[in-house]
Design a protein around this ligand. Sequence first.
Ligand code: SAM
Ligand code: DTB
Ligand code: SF4
Length: 336
Amino acid sequence: MPAVIRHDWTREEVLALFDLPFPELLHRAASVHRERFDPAEVQVSTLLSIKTGGCPEDCAYCPQSARYDTGLKAQKLMAVDEVVARAAAAKAAGATRFCMGAAWRSPKDRDVAEVAKMVGAVKAMGLETCATLGMLKPEQARALKEAGLDYYNHNLDTAPEFYGDIIKTREYQDRLDTLEAVRAAGLKTCCGGIVGMGESREQRAGLLQTLANLPEHPGSVPINRLVQVEGTPLHGTALLDPFEFVRTIAVARLLMPASMVRLSAGRNEMSEELQALCFLAGANSIFYGEKLLTTGNPDVEADQALFARLGLRPMPVVEESRTVHADIACAKPEAA
Ligand code: SAM
Ligand code: DTB
Ligand code: SF4
């Protein structure tokens, strides 16, 4: 019987997992990973920044905030044709999901109408669609769903008690409200966070605890390692112990057994051995393509070579049945 899907994790329970001896933690996470997934399969998503820079928010990690001088050139919303061409290239390279990101606090209705055109066109190409546009109103979430959007990415980023140290222009509750609007519209959520921002282990546990205790586990859980960009307030933060990063992946897998746990930003600065440890710890998704939104990612050839060396292969688009299975487990935890 697969591990029970729970929404009542305590901070102590999560910390106890972090505290396990490293081999025991990895063994448990790898075992849970195998209950619902083929550990040789990795879901591959390609990102595109459809509207870059000039963002009014003050997220201390982000090169796209207008408040920091990071040398980034702001760009207006891309044309639909250009986005479609980039999606076609991502599909040809082997991506199955295409994620469109915009540096907005929240989109205007006319922005949503434009993104909806992109979503419809990308969906028609046979790709899964994802967008990350900032805070959404319920009717905006519904419009994106109608256009063919599969996933909405909206990260909690860190533990509730550390959030105010990182972002002052919005509240944690704003994030939770958008996630609620997204779920209510019938969209799947992609929701995770960033580690290596100077948070404590307890705060890393707090992020994962909050994610796991959401009303539904996110379909995808991106675990980003801070990409340090010169000019942002977090540039120069002490580097996180790589084994602590692997532990974070393993605990995410244990807490959210049916979700895609994505080894997200930060791979460009990781060794291939560290990435392999993350796959062993239950990561089963990556961003694929030489660019994240504004910063670098391993190029396609390097990832294809890594997959070949590790015997990994891209995951076909996930059939609905797995989601349904997770939902049944959510509804009746005592039956599992
Ligand atoms: N503006 C929208 C928002 O904040 O929700 C969407 C785009 S925003 C760039 C998406 C996510 O990228 C953030 O929530 C954060 O988790 C991640 N991110 C941004 N800068 C990062 C960095 N330097 N390192 C790691 N992750 C980063
Ligand atoms: C997520 O969790 N990570 C991605 C995606 N969702 C949108 C973004 C990473 C951004 C890294 C910094 C940059 O390239 O600008
Ligand atoms: Fe803006 Fe999103 Fe960057 Fe925050 S993370 S500054 S909201 S683009």
